[in-house]
Design a protein around this ligand. Structure first.
Ligand code: FE2
Length: 199
């Protein structure tokens, strides 16, 4: 069965007051995310991956490393990444659950130190990619960055928070100021209850 574009979990203008405009969400969700869905479905049609879950396709094609499967990996991983991304933000005022605050303090020293490390990872990703807060196989929390569509599933990690640092994610609202986009993401857009629920 073909994958579908999930609706945004909020209205297109719901994040506008917090620095992510209606126009960004119209382009990013309705056009970019939809293209990953459509191209991913086309790429897997008639292959061994048809009928598999997103997670199975991401890990299976990444680990196989076959060049011929890059079209499948790139589109399906980006489909999965964006499915997570919309859920990780929200229009409400999100207080950080205490268990997440404690875990961040334990791993990074403080919440502010975590934010600095996450922002530096996103700003330091050369070209397109993502910044992540992950739970590693041993249960520890780490900040990582990945190129293009690569994501924590590829490394057996759990994605707790991801920030899209492709230009399509910030150029309408922040132009070339990726660090300002990352700061705004962490300070205003993240739904910390969603992040905590992934632990
Ligand atoms: Fe994106």
């Amino acid at each position: 069965m073909a994958f579908e574009l999930p609706d945004l979990p909020y209205a297109h203008d719901a994040l506008a007051d917090k620095g992510m405009s209606r126009e960004t969400l119209e382009y990013h969700h309705d056009l970019h995310h939809k293209a990953y869905v459509d191209n991913g479905n086309k790429a897997i049609a008639g292959t061994e991956w048809d009928g598999k879950s997103l997670e199975e396709i991401v890990t299976g094609t990444y680990q196989s490393g076959a060049v011929a499967q890059n079209g499948i990996f790139n589109n399906i991983s980006q489909l999965w990444n964006h499915n997570q991304f919309w859920e990780m933000m929200g229009p409400g005022d999100s207080a950080m659950p205490s268990e997440l605050e404690s875990a961040l303090a334990e791993s990074f020293g403080s919440v502010d130190a975590f934010k600095s490390e996450f922002s530096a990872a996103g700003a330091g990703q050369f070209g397109s990619g993502w910044a992540w807060l992950v739970k590693d196989g041993d249960g520890s929390l780490k900040v990582t960055k990945t190129e293009n569509g690569v994501n924590p599933l590829c490394f057996g990690q759990t994605a707790l928070l991801g920030c899209d640092v492709w230009e399509h994610s910030y150029y309408i609202d922040f132009r070339n100021k990726r660090p300002a986009y990352l700061t705004n993401f962490l300070d205003n857009l993240v739904d910390w209850e969603n992040v905590a629920s992934r632990m």
